[in-house]
Every structure is written in C-alpha cells, then in structure tokens.
Design a protein around this ligand. Structure first.
Ligand SMILES: [Ca+2]
Ligand SMILES: [Ca+2]
Length: 305
C-alpha cells in the first residue's frame, strides 16, 4: 500500500492476499486466512486488507431493472430478494485513525476509480497494451446507475469527479423521478432538484457541505460522532452518520436513493424501497468488518437467506 502525502509517495505496508474461499477441504478455517493477511502500519494504528469477502451490497436488482418495480412500503417493506446473496467480491479495506487525517474535524471526500490498458488483443494468448485509461469511478453509490443517462455513462466514467458541472441537468431533472411518476404516479418532483445537487455534488449545508464546486465524492464529516444504534436509512431517519454523510456497510443505499430521488428533502416523503433491508450475512465486529465469503463448495448464489 502506498500513501501519497504532500506530493511524496511512501510504501507503508506490504502483504499477500488470502486464496479465495474454495471449500472446507481446500481452504479450511477461512477466517484465520483472512486475519493472517491483514497488514498493519503506522505502528499498529492502521490496517489494510485485500482479498475476497462477502459482497456487502444488498438489493433486489432483478426487480429494479424491471422498470424500477418499486415497492411502496407500508412500514413493513420486507420480502424482496437479495440478488447479491452468496456472491463474493474482491475487497480493499483500509482503516486509519481520524486523528491522523489533516481534516480531523472537517469533511473529507472519497472516491475510487478503475483503470485498464487501452488495447486488449485476443488470440492464442490475450495481451493488454498501451496507456492506462480510466474506465470506471465511484463516489456516491448509484450515481452512474440512477442519474447518468446510458449514452453518457462511458464518458462520465472516464472523467474525474470534479468534472460534474457538465452533467448538472441530470441531477436537477432526474430521469428516474420522471420514470417513477410515469409508471406509478407518485408525484416525485421532476425539476429544480437542487436538493440532489446538494446531496451528491456539494454536500448538504450543516451536514457535510464542502463549497460550491460540484464533485461526485463521498463526503464524510469527521466531526459527527459515531452513532450507537445506526439506522439503515441514515440521514433520512435522523442518523447523521449514515449516507449521504459517508457510507456504512449497513446503509440501505437503494432505499435511501429511491426516497431521495422521490423528493424526501423537498418534503415529498414516499415510502419507497426494494424490500431488502440488510445484507444476507452479519458483518464482522472487527477489521476488515466485511463478512467471510461463502465458499464455492456451499454455492448459495442468489438464494435468499
Ligand atoms: Ca451479501
Ligand atoms: Ca433496500
């Protein structure tokens, strides 16, 4: 792991990733394989891990892609199918003390991007060559999926987060609001959505506002204390330590996004959700927090808990 601070790069940790969770004969005691792969640095105050974990994202993606298929909840919104249940993901987890950050009482912005080589040549052997190009980025969850039109997704993913002014109208006039109104006659505000610009591009005043510059970064106000009893609906439920102020593994970002696009911050509080309220497996109470991946032997992909 390399830390870049004040223009200087320093390798702060090295380690190996555990093998994927194949099954009880090939990879017995998978938790200990994980624990052994955690690299510690900063004199033990910081940790890093890279390897396979359970996919902590949860949602009924099959239903959502079928014309949103919004479930109008009545307080009990359970019953959706967790499309990601049983799947693993490759995870990079990093834990650093807040005290070590320059903005310890301020708001930080976080995003990630993926680069690949410009050219892939397929044949007897497959070869990648050419310059590295950015093909994907992520700050706030679901911006790519919910806000950016299909024809512009490649361009949007190739840009840096601070290029967002080019896409402003898709935030102020979200396509999803128009779609759910057309399909379900919900009365979500379709224009003048400065509330979404605040939530996704500048931060919300008195919560995590970082100035007028538009940028899709995940903003986290480090001055807000850790919530003892987190709500899966985060800020929408009065729990200011959840998305859109940072993002915890248990935050129900699909329900939050649907309700935010539905106009929650403009007073249109629609009981929207996909019916999946939590991950199919419990998180760990210690680093790297993301649950152990299901083994290939167990193979429970897509099955509900
Ligand atoms: Ca999962
Ligand atoms: Ca949900």
């Amino acid at each position: 792991m390399t830390r870049i601070a004040k223009g200087k790069s320093t390798v702060v940790a090295r380690g190996t990733t555990p093998p994927n969770n194949v099954g009880k004969r090939s990879t017995p005691d998978y938790r200990s394989l994980t624990t052994k792969s955690i690299a510690s640095f900063d004199g033990g105050a910081s940790r890093a891990f890279a390897g396979q974990r359970d996919d902590p994202f949860f949602g009924d993606i099959g239903a959502i892609f079928d014309l949103v298929a919004i479930r109008k909840g009545t307080g009990n919104m359970g019953g959706g199918k967790d499309f990601f249940s049983g799947y693993g993901v490759h995870t990079f987890a990093v834990q650093v003390p807040i005290a070590g950050l320059a903005a310890k009482n301020g708001t930080i912005g976080v995003w990630a991007s993926v680069d690949r080589r410009k050219v892939t040549t397929r044949g007897a052997t497959t070869r990648d060559s050419g310059a590295w190009v950015q093909v994907n980025r992520l700050g706030n969850p679901l911006v790519n999926e919910v806000i950016i039109p299909t024809g512009l997704k490649d361009r949007w993913n190739a840009l840096q987060p601070w290029s967002e002014s080019e896409f402003r109208k898709y935030y102020t006039e979200p396509i999803l609001a128009a779609v759910i109104n057309k399909l379900y006659k919900l009365g979500a505000p379709e224009t003048g959505r400065d509330d979404l610009v605040a939530v996704l591009l500048t931060g919300v005043p008195k919560l995590n506002f970082t100035g007028p510059k538009l940028a899709d970064v995940l903003r986290l106000n480090l001055g807000i204390p850790v919530t003892k009893s987190p709500s899966r609906l985060g800020v929408l439920a009065g729990d200011n330590q959840g998305w859109p102020n940072g993002r915890r593994l248990g935050d129900d970002v699909i329900d939050i996004a649907e309700q935010a696009v539905g106009g929650f911050l403009k007073g249109t509080k629609l009981p929207l959700g996909d019916g999946v309220n939590a991950d199919d497996v419990a998180l760990l109470d210690a680093f790297p927090y993301v649950a152990d991946p299901k083994s290939g032997f167990d193979n429970t992909k897509g099955q509900q808990k």
